[in-house]
Design a protein around this ligand. Structure first.
Ligand code: BGN
Length: 290
């Protein structure tokens, strides 16, 4: 009381200064089906940055203003070449996520030229780089060509890893197979550390997500999913990638390599970094080879 009074005297005001603590954010509860309709007309990255930048913190970060976020989510996007997809992804994912009452930041991890694309290694890099900025409790690994279609699909991390992209239009809104973990998936920081991240051995298309699925099973973790009418996605059109024939062999050996192939063995340089209004961009050179 005493110190309050003297503060008032110093300020020359009779008002007492009250700082109401902000409440913890509540997850949105949406009972009815609530379609999210993505806008997939092409717009340049500059325009997207200009339009959305004012609503965000630099680097494509967001947190609710009127409550303390319950979930701190790093959205990690492995990337190469597809700039048209990136601007469509950013315009839609921010619009989708800003209403979810979470704190998040978009990490775009682009692989430099030279080696075949290594989606899993880029996600490991995304994890490590994101952790340098903040101790995120949740990681969502997100292909740039997938856009969510229902607002009930909440981007947070439950007790078990969650496969998010259950029902994709390209696969007739059906789960292709039980153990699939590709497209969009959510893991807590603890899950990811427990399994030593992804394997770095998968260059080219296919198998890296199945390898993670094996790692999860090996750690007695189970894949959770939202129902098929909620976990709906549309896939942006692109050419089919060439699958790597070595992926079968990698998968067979994978289980023996969990302890020494992953977060603890990745080698890379961040060739370039830039904070854009709608995303944090890392240009990563892999120092591992096939
Ligand atoms: C599977 C791929 C996955 C991919 C899904 C959906 C393999 C490993 C050999 C069985 N797995 O076939 O990586 O996410 O298709 O596209 O290729």
């Amino acid at each position: 009381l005493h110190s309050n009074n003297s503060l008032n005297q110093v300020n020359g005001s009779k008002e007492t200064i009250t700082t109401e603590p902000l409440p913890l954010c509540q997850d949105p509860v949406i009972e009815e089906s609530s379609p999210f309709v993505p806008n997939i007309t092409l717009e340049s990255l500059d325009v997207i940055n200009d339009q959305l930048g004012p609503l965000l913190e630099p680097g494509g970060a967001f947190k609710p203003k009127d409550c303390i976020a319950r979930h701190h989510v790093a959205i990690v996007v492995p990337f190469r070449d597809r700039y048209a997809h990136l601007s469509i992804f950013l315009r839609n994912i921010h619009k989708f996520l800003m209403q979810q009452r979470i704190a998040y930041r978009i990490f775009i991890i682009e692989q430099t030229n030279g080696k075949p694309f290594n989606r899993a290694a880029l996600m490991n890099i995304g994890f490590l780089e994101a952790m340098k900025l903040y101790k995120w409790d949740c990681f969502i690994f997100h292909d740039v060509d997938l856009l969510p279609l229902d607002n009930r699909n909440l981007y947070n991390c439950p007790r078990q890893p969650r496969h998010m992209s259950v029902a994709i239009d390209k696969f007739n809104y059906k789960l292709p197979y039980r153990t699939i973990f590709g497209g969009v998936s959510a893991m807590t920081r603890e899950h990811f550390l427990t399994v030593n991240g992804f394997s770095n051995s998968y260059f080219g298309w296919g198998g890296e997500d199945d390898d993670m699925s094996n790692r999860l099973r090996n750690a007695n973790l189970f894949i959770a999913r939202y129902p098929i009418n909620i976990a709906r996605y549309t896939m942006l059109k692109h050419q089919k990638e060439k699958a790597n024939p070595k992926r079968y062999e990698n998968l067979v050996n994978g289980i023996n390599k969990i302890g020494n192939d992953g977060l603890n063995s990745i080698k890379y340089d961040i060739y370039s970094y830039k904070s854009y209004p709608t995303f944090s961009w890392y240009y990563a050179e892999l120092k591992i080879s096939e």
